[in-house]
Design a protein around this ligand. Structure first.
Ligand code: APR
Length: 240
């Protein structure tokens, strides 16, 4: 039995599936990931990208933060790929209960997924730091420099920057889903950023599937590890 055939069999036998993913789920939509050879963190900038995407940098160098953020963290033209679409179909079939993602691009929801837990937030949600008013992505795209609210306050993306904590409600919901899962599919993540990567420890079943292009620290713990492009693999397993 091939790895994809085993994946298909386990999917057929499961109805409490949870998916946990990262930037590798969106690379087939044209969005770079962070740590691959051609990833964002491998490119040269005036400052290391992880430093730019930190709370301290956002406060001290807002203009530079927003220049990088608009150029590198927002992809308004990106469309869902086969991975996003297969996961949305799995949920519609009543088999997948939640997508837990580290991505901020909103492509899972655009593909039709309904229960999506965004551990690191979303570029589609922006708030005034003074009055709390909500702004969509267009407010960021259609302005230059540091976006300001009508009240004069600074607008900040609802994205978890380095040095910031994750939303505890989202995190505890993710733990609840993983604890109840009969199958956990992890894909397109290097599993190097915590606490997100630590979520896997809450899974106690025997169908831990890891779909990734490169090696991850979890490969040896997976019940099924599949190397390759997650869009193609999920499409073969549950696509058309
Ligand atoms: N199919 C399968 N795997 C892929 C694909 C693909 N098409 N494209 C990339 N990958 C794999 C890469 O091999 C890599 O191991 O996806 C993984 C992406 O890892 P990272 O770039 O580290 O992204 P991610 O794990 O999501 O990073 C976590 O780090 O900087 C923070 O907040 C940021 O959410 C991000 C977090």
């Amino acid at each position: 039995m091939t790895a994809v055939e085993q994946l298909k069999e386990w999917i057929a036998e499961s109805d409490q599936i949870v998916f946990f993913g990262g930037a590798g789920v969106s690379t087939e939509s044209g969005i770079s990931d962070f740590r691959s050879q051609d990833g964002l963190y491998r490119q040269q900038y005036a400052y290391p990208p992880e430093q730019i995407l930190s709370h301290t940098f956002y406060l001290k160098n807002p203009e530079e933060f927003y220049r990088f953020y608009r150029n590198k963290m927002i992809s308004p033209q990106a469309k869902p790929n086969k991975a996003h679409l297969a996961l949305a179909k799995l949920e519609q079939a009543g088999k997948l209960k939640a997508v837990i993602t580290q991505n901020i691009d909103g492509l899972h929801q655009m593909a039709g997924s309904r229960e999506v837990l965004e551990l690191h937030g979303s570029v589609h949600r922006n708030f005034c730091t003074r009055c709390g008013r909500f702004y969509g992505l267009s407010q960021i795209l259609e302005t230059e420099g540091f976006p300001r609210c009508s009240c004069g306050g600074m607008i900040k993306p609802d994205v978890v920057l380095y040095e910031e904590s994750l939303d505890m409600d989202t995190l505890s919901k993710a733990v609840m889903y993983i604890k109840k899962a009969d199958m956990l599919i992890i894909g397109g993540t290097s599993l190097t950023v915590y606490p997100a990567a630590g979520l896997v420890d809450y899974y106690s079943g025997s169908r831990l599937v890891l779909i990734n292009r490169d090696v991850t620290p979890l490969d040896s713990r997976a019940d099924l590890a599949i190397k390759g492009k997650i869009g193609e693999i999920l499409d073969q397993a549950w696509g058309n």
